[in-house]
Write a protein that binds this ligand. Structure first.
Ligand code: AMP
Length: 280
């Protein structure tokens, strides 16, 4: 595996490979790699000839300075994990590489997709994410780029972003990878205490419970029940909402709705976790 930090070096390597019709797969991450990230690499290895994984903790997508400061960094272990999964390029650009002085920060109009959930609780997050993802996609020029459904709203926004920017990379969504307990894997889980990790299972449990009770309970009743449950367990619930995947606007009822996904965000010991599942 090649470890590259300069954009021009990566571009030169990839353009050579493209000359021999090698198909390029891309996975963008912020590092502290876990099985959730690595399964995206495996998927890309299956579907493409050459796989690039970028590791860049994007300062522009953190609305909370503390979260940015505490974001786990484990470069050496990440490199080992990528080698073990046969990744071809690990791309570790510096902030100055990604955001040179001449960088033009754009404001995108994602309409409803960025108005609710992460968009309303993490101000500026999706604009920061979109700017860096657009930059990375234009550097790598991959045939396919893989994004996890763990960040479902992000996945939908990236799909919109490539339309707005006329980027030809196909955006592929991948199911959420979970621990045995049901907890969605996340780099932030590393910061949980043993007790916090046990409590965090409630995110997935509440989503599963909801899926089982959606036919017999109103959305409002479910939300009330879940809020009470989180409170009793000492978790700080931020949102628990139902949306249609096509526009991600919170629903008040299930009437005439073809597809529903349920989304949750909560704090445990000041660590913010998110999860979601398809209801039907
Ligand atoms: P991050 O490093 O958190 O920015 O995540 C990089 C990519 O990995 C994003 O597309 C995430 O949605 C994806 N990802 C993170 N955790 C998981 C997971 N548990 N299952 C599936 N994909 C994930």
């Amino acid at each position: 595996m090649e470890v590259v930090s300069k954009i021009e070096v990566l571009k030169t390597n990839l353009s050579e490979l493209r000359k021999t019709n090698q198909r390029i797969g891309f996975v963008a991450t912020m590092g502290a790699l876990h099985e959730g990230h690595l399964q995206l690499i495996d998927r890309a290895k299956e579907e493409d000839d050459v796989v690039v994984c970028s590791i860049f903790v994007n300062p522009k997508q953190f609305d909370n300075a503390k979260d940015f400061e505490h974001y786990p960094i484990s470069r050496d272990q990440d490199i080992e994990k990528l080698i073990a999964r046969n990744c071809d390029f690990a791309f570790f650009p510096s902030v100055a590489e990604i955001y040179p002085q001449a960088f033009e920060y754009k404001t995108y109009d994602f309409q409803d997709l960025e108005k609710h959930m992460e968009g309303s609780y993490r101000k500026g997050h999706f604009q920061g994410m979109a700017n860096v993802v657009s930059r990375l996609l234009k550097i790598v020029k991959a045939d396919k780029a893989y994004f996890g459904e763990k960040d479902f709203q992000q996945l939908m926004i990236v799909k919109r972003l490539v339309e707005i920017e006329s980027i030809s990379t196909e955006i592929v969504g991948h199911p959420i990878v979970r621990e045995e307990s049901g907890l969605a894997m996340s780099s932030r889980n590393q910061r949980l205490s043993t007790q916090g990790r046990e409590k965090a299972v409630l995110l997935h449990k509440s989503l599963q419970w909801t899926k089982e009770h959606l036919q017999t309970h109103s959305l409002e009743n479910i939300q009330k029940h879940v809020s009470k449950w989180f409170k009793e367990q000492g978790l700080d619930l931020e949102y628990f909402v139902f949306c249609e995947p096509k526009d991600l606007v919170p629903l008040r009822s299930t009437e005439n709705v073809e597809n529903i996904r349920c989304f949750v965000a909560a704090y445990i010991d000041e660590i913010r976790l998110i999860d979601n599942i398809e209801m039907y």
